[in-house]
Structures are given as C-alpha cells and as structure tokens.
Design a protein around this ligand. Structure first.
Ligand code: XMP
Length: 509
C-alpha cells in the first residue's frame, strides 16, 4: 500500500497518540519499535521518530540505524527523536537547568514550511529533562520558547525536521496543523485514508486473498467481531460461517436479540445454545480463575464441534484490533519487544489447522466504530459497552447456578436499560452488576427478609487499564435501587461501587 507513515517508537507514552493524529488527517500510519523496524522501510513515504523516557546520553541509548531513512525519506523527530538527531548529527544535548514539563509558548518563529500557519504565541506541550544546546551540522533554527532555544529546527538540503515539543497531545494547540504541514505539504502525502476507502480496499483485498474459500468466525456480540464479520460478509457473502455461542452467561435476552440483529444484517450466522453445557461444567466451582478456564475450554469444545460441521473450512477470522498487536517497546527491561497476546478466540486446538484472517488488525477501536458506521451498522452494536468473555460468571461471586444467573440478568437489565433511558449509557465506558455472596437482613411489608445483595458498577476509562467510578446522579441511583428491590425477587439490598482501578479492578473477580 502506498501513502503511509512509519512511526518509530522509542517507548514514549504518547506514541499511540501520534499514530492516531496522523490517521485523523486521513493518512495511514504504522507504529513499529525502533529496535525492530519493518523490512520494507522504503515503502513508507514519511517517518516520525517518537519521544522516549530514555536519554540520548544514557548507556542504554536507543540507537537505530537511520541510513535508509535520513536524507532519503521525509523525517520528523519529536522530543527524544529531535534530541537523537541532534546528538548523533554533531550537535550537543545536555541536561537542562530546569526540567521542562507542560505548557510553553512559541516566542520566536523563523518563517518556514513546517510551522506554516502557526504564529508566535502558539501553545506547545513540553515533556523533557534534556535539552538541545547545539544544533547538528547544517541545521537552521525554526522556533524557540522562553526556555527552549531550539524548539524546532531543520537540516538543510534534506526533508529532515525536528521539534522538542509534542504535536500529538491535545495541549499543543496547533499540533495537527504542524503534522499536516509535515505530512501533506512537505512529504506530499494524500489524505485518502477514510473509513469508506478502508472498507473498499479491505473488501477487495479479502476477496482476492480468500477467493472461494470458506471462513469461520466466532461472533461475540461485541463491536470488533461484528465489524469484522460485516467486512468479510461484503467480501465473500455466504462463504463466511459465523458461529454465535450462548454460554448461558450473557445479558438478559442478549442471545436472541443479537442473533436476530445479525440475521437482519444478512450474515450467515448459526446460533448455538450451549447454556446447559456451560452451567453443568461450572456447577460447584467458585474459584474465579478456574471458572474462567472452564468457560474457555468449553467454548473451544463447542466452537470446535461447530466448525467441524463446516466442511472444507480453510480460515479462521478474528476481530483482533491494533492495540492488541502493536509491539510495545520495553525501555526498562532492555531492548526486548514483546507482543501482547490476543484475547479473542485464543488457544484454538492445533489440529484445526486453519489459517487466520484479521481484517481489523491495523485499526484502533474508534476507527473500528467509524468503519462499522460507514457500512451502516446499527448504533446498538457499534456503541456497545465492553463485556467480558466469561460474561456474568465473573460477576456472580462464588459458585454459579441457573437461579443466580437469572437474578443477575434481571438486575443488570434494569441497570443498563435505566442508563439508556436516562441518556447516561454513552457517557459510561462500561457498566454492570455483581451478585455478591452475602445475604443481608431487610424488611419488606411486615416481614423480615434475608436475601441477596447486588453491587452496581459504572466506570469511565479509555482502554480498561485504568478506570474511575462514574458520578451517576443520585436520582438515577435512587430509582434504579428501588426498581431492583421491588422487581427482582431474592434481592433486598443494592450498593454502588466507588472504587477506582487501580487499586481495585473493574470486575470483582
Ligand atoms: P479488570 O477487571 O481486569 O477488567 O479491571 C478490565 C477489562 O477486561 C474485562 N475482563 C475480561 N474480558 N475475559 C475477557 O474477555 C476475562 O476473563 C476478563 N476479565 C476482565 C473487563 O470486563 C474490563 O472491560
């Protein structure tokens, strides 16, 4: 594919943001670790060097070979990237007298193509403790701030630029303009990477790659597997065999409703109700990890049985997305790159011998949603909260019975439907209810009760790695609690979880 940007990652916490900003300009970008660059560097039309927690003066300095890049492909060094180009290009990088973090303003601009349309006074975001004291050979200063003389510079005779600040963060107000100046006006890239163009090229690629082969895909009801299914459906139609397993631990009515929705989308989907099998296997088990393992194993058995019914299947499709496959640079543990493990339909038996196809593996989550929207998929699928694979099993603390599942499904439905009715659902990243293994005393009418307690949980987050509880309106909590206690037999107490992650987690098990 032409028209693409390579981002070499030196371990900055902002590297993924660079990737996103570039894509927001409708230009395709890929992130690769500095110590494991792609083989086909010359197929990239521009390169960006990210920031890093490392220092160019340190012993463990990241020192990639740039001979294929510098002077040959338009190059932009950001923060560490700028210091790297200075340090190894004949300049001088030293510790700065004051550590420079946060807001600064450009106080000097030497009119130039990189800072076109950006004026003195523009706010930029700094995050560095080294500073460039002397520029590398053949360089010209392009901008300064009060504290940073060489906030931007270029190397003459090359399309090589460097900036000390971070254009990718929101607080650099003209960051997007700067990236546009570099990528569109200097590197000459076309802004053609849109959800529509992604759908067109991906469908064409899938057609060519898969031909008349049969493909199996496990649908979960979530956004990623659903969008992956739609792309494949457009490419190969009935040769896509979707399998949607009911493990008996889904939300209330979810199996039938989602199955109907999939059928309405024209998908060749088979719903497999294996609830009884899952609940049988889980009976009496209360250890969270053992519950997860049982569910994982039974899922694979059911999926395996079903996929054997599809004769001559050659491929297994997965809804893997980009954050699952970006190799992360470990700056503390040496230059070893680790790949995060996939969590989708992981661990399928070897004997299935299927080739894997992952149409979304270069997209971020918000891009998956936009691609789904460009294929006119329903908002009720695209806007869905994340839901764990083991489902309600890890929200029923202790052992699982059909009765407990039923109680929790009712409680969860009241909570989630309430969030939707009150216009709160889209403001919350994830929400659900936990059935606690405690009974507490209550009074209903004139009678003493001794019944179950449920905890409601609603969090805001971007990726589930950290999360904070949501300040839901008291009136909403009051109504929800009343509805639950009045309508769900067996529950006499509702609490709201006000713990952040860390130190708590989102799920209770
Ligand atoms: P925790 O509880 O670790 O959850 O803060 C973070 C996110 O991961 C989801 N989660 C799971 N997803 N299988 C999954 O597919 C699991 O075993 C699992 N455990 C937690 C959780 O719902 C949240 O979105």
């Amino acid at each position: 594919m032409q028209n693409k940007v390579l981002i070499l990652d030196f371990g900055s916490q902002f590297t993924q943001l660079i990737g996103r900003r570039v894509r927001e300009l409708n230009i395709y970008s890929e992130i690769h670790p500095y110590n494991n660059p792609p083989k086909d560097i010359s197929s990239f039309n521009a390169v960006i060097l990210s920031g890093s927690p490392l220092s160019v003066r340190g012993n463990d300095v990241a020192h990639p070979e740039l001979s294929e890049i510098k002077g040959k492909i338009p190059l932009l060094g950001v923060c560490y990237g700028a210091q790297y180009l200075a340090h190894f290009g004949g300049g001088n990088v030293s510790p700065s007298n004051t550590r420079e973090y946060g807001r600064a303003n450009l106080t000097y601009i030497n009119e130039n193509e990189l800072l076109n349309k950006i004026t003195v006074g523009a706010q930029v975001w700094m995050s560095h403790s080294d500073t460039i004291k002397e520029l590398p050979d053949n360089s010209v200063k392009l901008a300064s701030t009060d504290d940073v003389e060489f906030a931007a510079y270029k190397i003459e005779g090359e399309q090589t630029y460097a900036i000390q600040f971070h254009p990718e963060v929101y607080h650099t107000t003209d960051g997007k303009q700067l990236l546009e100046n570099f990528l569109v006006h200097i590197a000459g890239l076309e802004q053609t990477w849109t959800p529509d163009s992604f759908v067109d090229t991906t469908v064409a690629d899938l057609k060519e790659k898969l031909g008349d082969d049969r493909v199996i895909l496990g649908l979960s009801g979530g956004v990623d597997s659903s969008v992956a299914a739609m792309l494949l459906h457009r490419a190969i139609g009935k040769n896509l065999y979707c399998i949607f397993v009911n493990n008996g631990l889904l939300r209330k009515n979810e199996f039938s409703e989602v199955l109907e929705q999939y059928e309405g989308m024209g998908l060749n989907v088979k719903g497999v109700d294996a609830s009884a099998r899952f609940l049988d296997e889980l009976a009496g088990e209360s250890d969270p990890e053992k519950k997860r393992k049982i569910i994982g194993r039974v899922f694979i058995e059911v999926f395996d049985d079903e996929s054997h019914l599809v004769e001559n299947a050659k491929w297994l499709a997965q809804g893997t997305i980009y954050p699952d496959v970006i190799e992360s640079v470990s700056v503390t543990g040496g230059p070893s790159a680790t790949i995060k493990s996939h969590h989708n339909v992981g661990g399928l038996p070897d004997y299935m011998k299927l080739k894997v196809v992952e149409p979304l593996k270069m997209l971020f989550k918000d891009e998956v949603r936009r691609v789904g929207a460009s294929m006119h998929m329903a908002k009720s699928i695209l806007g869905r909260h994340p839901f764990p694979g083991p489902g309600l099993a890890i929200r029923i603390l202790g052992d699982i019975t059909a009765d407990k599942v039923k109680i929790l499904q009712e409680v969860d439905a009241i909570f989630i439907n309430g969030l939707k009715e009150w216009g709160l659902y889209d403001k919350v990243w994830q929400a659900g209810a936990m059935l606690l293994p405690v009974n507490s005393v209550g009074v209903m009418g004139d009678e003493r009760t001794y019944e179950k307690c449920v905890a409601l949980r609603a969090v805001e987050s971007t990726d589930g790695m950290t999360a904070d509880w949501v300040n839901l309106p008291y009136e909403f909590l009051q109504k929800t609690s009343n509805d639950i206690i009045n309508k769900v037999k067996g529950v006499n107490r509702v609490v709201y979880d006000i713990s952040s992650k860390p130190p708590a987690t989102i799920e209770w098990e």
